[in-house]
Design a protein around this ligand. Structure first.
Ligand SMILES: [Zn+2]
Ligand SMILES: [Zn+2]
Length: 429
């Protein structure tokens, strides 16, 4: 009797099993449907995407947005520009930290009015940290900066190794460029204002305006001169090492950082296999001049930021895991391995990390101030300085091929289309 009941029960097991499986399947299906509905998934409606498209999101009044405009190395490559980070604040202020080679193109892709990009802080004067200064200076002016470019940076042990010397000589290098533009365009943006501060200052304030405090302290890199920075605003703290060997100043003054960006050099084996360094040079550069990944991790374990950002390595499919695993030997906190166009939205409660999707075929962004008409007084002043009247000599002018017959109609067309007279400039020939 008992056996018969048991057999009957046993026969029911598969039926009960199927019923339970169906119920669970239905329940999961319901959950999934609810989840999809909550995400707004639909075959016809637009769906939210998890990336940042410049100029499509307001910055909240208490929010900081940081965009990597260069994360690479001194050797140039299309995939990564050299060091440059943009900090945007909810009070409207924007700051550039370093302007490494190739970063000017990244900045232009963000389509930010150039009047807003007038504050640059340089950590040290290696080309991969200020090599695109000329493009920001000249190109930024051509794309709408009508105010001087303001630059902050350290002194050197002698004047020739300081920021002011480097900027002065850059402007001097562009003498022909600047001469050729006088009297042709609005040249208010062709001015630089350099604030040089003592590279030995320890956590000293180098900028304090509009609730924003920027401090600097010494970095250890190559020779005397480099510095690291912090920017504090609205209870948020951004830190940028530029380049440095691990140091006690950073450990102390980067404490409490919300976003701590510190160099993290490519691992030594890759310096040998991919850069062609000898083992001796790779060990020296990869561990003594720069911060090795294992040492980066140790720094971050010391300061414990809300988000650690490693940059200054070529981030490829066959290098990233090595850098990551080496960092993880010494640090297990929040970590971003930076690449160009990585974006961090920082508030007191959250740090959102995304990639930006940007337009490459950009033109000038919107103007934040109207341009002035060209002023021939600019040309007169520079002519006097050069002791030569800016323009064409008779010798060069006489070499012009006469194409007046095809150019004159362009002026006539403009006059007709725009409804006012544009006289043909006979004087240029
Ligand atoms: Zn450097
Ligand atoms: Zn560097």
């Amino acid at each position: 009797m008992r056996m018969t009941e048991r057999k009957r029960m046993m026969r029911l097991v598969p039926i009960i099993g199927v019923a339970v499986a169906l119920a669970i399947g239905y329940w999961i299906g319901q959950l999934r449907d609810d989840g999809l509905a909550a995400q707004g998934v639909s075959p016809t409606m637009a769906m939210e995407r998890d990336y940042y498209v410049p100029n499509t999101e307001d910055l909240a009044s208490d929010e900081m947005r940081v965009i990597a405009c260069g994360t690479g190395m001194p050797t140039t490559r299309a995939a990564q520009a050299a060091a440059c980070f943009l900090v945007e604040l909810g009070n409207g202020d924007k700051f550039l930290f370093d302007i490494g080679s190739g970063s000017a193109e990244r900045i232009s892709s963000l389509q930010i009015p150039y009047d807003y990009l007038d504050k640059l802080f340089i950590g040290h004067l290696h080309a991969d940290h200020f090599g695109a200064l000329g493009e920001l200076f000249i190109g930024g002016m051509l794309m709408g900066r009508h105010v001087p470019l303001r630059i902050w940076g350290p002194t050197g042990p002698v004047p020739e190794l300081g920021t002011a010397y480097a900027v002065d000589k850059m402007v001097e290098m562009y003498t022909w460029d600047l001469a050729g533009r006088q009297g042709m365009i609005d040249t208010r943006g062709l001015q630089t204002e350099v604030t040089e501060f003592d590279y030995r200052g320890e956590n000293h304030v180098v900028y304090q305006v509009n609730g924003v405090t920027i401090r600097a302290w010494p970095a250890i890199h190559a020779i005397d001169g480099p510095v690291s920075y912090s920017l504090e605003w609205n209870g948020l703290k951004f830190v940028f090492s530029s380049d440095t060997y691990p140091n006690t100043w950073f450990n102390e003054y980067a404490l409490d950082a919300d976003l701590a960006i510190h160099e993290c050099f490519i691992a030594v084996p890759a310096l040998v296999t991919k850069m062609g360094f000898t083992p001796e040079t790779a060990l020296l550069v990869g561990t003594q001049i720069h911060t090795a990944p294992e040492a980066f991790g140790k720094v971050m374990s010391t300061i414990q930021p809300r988000m650690a950002v490693a940059y200054h390595f070529f981030k490829d499919f066959d290098t990233t895991s090595d850098v990551y695993e080496r960092i993880r030997k010494t640090y297990d906190g929040p970590l971003s391995l930076a690449e160009d166009f990585m974006v961090w939205n920082v508030t007191r409660d959250t740090i959102r990390v995304r990639m930006a999707v940007v337009e490459e075929h950009t033109w000038s962004p919107a103007l934040a101030s109207p341009p002035n008409p060209p002023d021939m007084a600019d040309r007169a002043a520079m002519s006097q300085r050069l002791g030569w009247e800016i323009g064409y000599s008779d010798f060069i002018r006489n070499g012009a091929f006469d194409v007046d017959d095809v150019l004159r109609p362009i002026y006539e067309e403009a006059s007709r289309v725009l409804g006012r007279e544009f006289p043909y400039p006979e004087r240029n020939r």
